[in-house]
Design a protein around this ligand. Structure first.
Ligand SMILES: Cc1cc2nc3c(=O)[nH]c(=O)nc-3n(C[C@H](O)[C@H](O)[C@H](O)COP(=O)(O)OP(=O)(O)OC[C@H]3O[C@@H](n4cnc5c(N)ncnc54)[C@H](O)[C@@H]3O)c2cc1C
Length: 440
């Protein structure tokens, strides 16, 4: 058994024996083969730009091949908060990029070469707390502000979809779906390969320098250290990059989240869902779960700014949550447990476009910091950045609204963890209050 359920059900294997040669040259060197880097390679190659993608492990070995598999519009930061700082026009522009990503991902999943993505329609955001009338009104307002159609679902109608009495109501996200992210990434890599977009796995960027308007990047490959020359350098390193990113590393924090997958549940899935939707809840680090094609329950939960939580502990936490929401299914074995790292900036929005830290960084770009909401945003942002490289279009400038903010150095993880614990405690108290209201 592999670490993740996705690895054990990977039917799209991308086979690649290419290793970048010493003294190679390209126009754009992309670092990191997650969804951001790989979809950027795809668009650039299609647009006739000579690009090369390097990955320190194998494609999708970071967050993009081990996530919850939800693809829905929006960003890691809530629109309510974005509206406090930006004009409605700017927030609408962000929504357009977010939904462009959803549509692009969906259209790919529909291609016959992507059949291993097992697309399942529908994602719900379920409310554990709040006032139902307010939630309904806020949803209407958001729809009219952003020109979207997210559907409000009352408790009565929700019971026709999920068999849990914990939720007050839900919002069904327009056009959203769930899928197998690792098979998706493998299919996309194969497509890049057919287009002759070069991917070199086991190739880690160690550092870079700049001379005469050209970057010289030192890369550790299986065959030794090589130097590559490029005019542009793009960091698509997610939460996995280190000091090789130089100053860029100071502007985000790596945050972990965890997934447990149960044994196959057979007919017991009918005691959970009447429709196979993906479900998340309205807490900042709430649960996200769905039924997998072999009738297992995949359950994501929690975040941590510090190292690992033991497998045993994650299993306990996941079992406890499942029991809380679905006591009717009895005890279940958790057969897979894994974690992944996400990159979060303090404002929860990504860095996309030129990095511009010092003169030597002119020509360095970032497409990173998608947090826990990357399946649509990384793919949408890749379209924007490729348009700049191909046509000079500067739509990425919308992201200049989100300044780089220092991550707090060694204190950063402590602050993030404290903030999370505070939010968790608040969610807990609110949920307790809500269930008291139900029982009185
Ligand atoms: C457990 C989990 C569940 C999630 N669930 C969802 C979900 O359901 N829906 C959703 O929208 N989002 C979800 N997310 C978030 C989403 O997965 C990420 O936002 C997204 O995958 C980020 O993509 P990326 O390409 O920026 O980074 P990654 O996929 O992490 O890719 C970065 C790559 O860069 C490589 N790299 C780093 N440094 C170097 C170097 N020096 N040289 C070469 N290569 C390097 C890494 O090896 C890695 O492969 C989840 C994340 C996790 C961890």
């Amino acid at each position: 058994m592999n670490e993740t359920w996705y690895q054990d059900t990977n039917i799209s294997h991308f086979k690649n024996d290419y290793t970048v040669q010493d003294q190679s040259k390209c126009e754009v060197l992309i670092i990191g083969a997650g969804l951001a880097g790989l979809s950027l390679l795809y668009h650039l190659t299609k647009g006739g730009v000579k690009a090369l993608l390097l990955e320190s492990n194998s494609i999708a070995s970071g967050a993009s091949g081990r996530n919850g598999g939800f693809c829905l519009s929006g960003w890691s930061q809530d629109y309510d908060i974005l509206l406090k700082y930006l004009s409605i026009g700017s927030v609408r522009e962000l929504e357009n990029i977010a939904s462009l990503g959803v549509s692009w991902m969906r259209s790919k999943c529909m291609q016959k070469e992507y059949k291993g993505t097992f697309l399942g329609d529908g994602v719900l955001n379920c409310y554990l707390t709040g006032k139902v009338d307010n939630i309904k009104r806020q949803n209407q307002l958001k729809n009219s502000n952003l020109g979207i159609y997210d559907q409000f679902i009352s408790k009565e109608n929700l019971e026709k979809i999920i068999l849990s009495d914990r939720y007050l109501c839900a919002v069904k996200k327009e056009n959203a779906f769930h899928f197998h992210p690792l098979n998706f990434m493998n299919s996309l890599a194969k497509e890049c390969d057919l287009l002759e977009g070069k991917i070199s796995e086991n190739s880690k960027l160690l550092n870079y320098t700049k001379e005469n308007n050209e970057f010289s990047s030192r890369i550790q490959t299986k065959k030794g250290i090589v130097n590559i020359f490029s005019h542009k350098l793009v960091f698509a390193t997610g939460g996995y990059g280190g000091n090789e990113l130089k100053d860029l590393r100071k502007y985000w924090l790596p945050i972990k989240t965890f997934i447990g997958v149960t044994e196959p549940l057979g007919n017991r899935v009918n005691k959970i869902f009447k429709k196979n939707y993906g479900v998340s809840d309205n807490r900042r680090a709430g649960n996200y779960y769905r039924i997998l094609p072999d009738k297992r329950l995949s359950w994501g939960r929690g975040i941590s700014a510090f190292g690992n939580i033991s497998t045993k502990r994650i299993k306990e936490q996941v079992s406890k949550e499942i029991k809380y929401f679905f006591p009717q299914i009895g005890g279940v074995d958790i057969e897979y447990v894994w974690s992944g790292i996400m990159a979060y900036a303090r404002h929860f929005m990504p860095y996309i476009g030129p990095v511009k830290i010092g003169a030597e960084d002119k020509g360095v770009f970032a497409i990173t910091g998608f947090g826990g909401h990357g399946m649509n945003t990384a793919s949408g942002a890749a379209i924007l950045l490729s348009e700049f490289f191909i046509e000079g279009k500067k739509s990425y400038k919308i992201f200049n609204n989100f300044e780089r903010k220092w991550n707090g150095g060694f204190l950063g993880p402590y602050v993030a963890e404290l903030k999370y614990k505070y939010i968790q405690a608040k969610d807990f108290v609110d949920a307790k209050r809500q269930s008291k209201k139900f029982s009185t």
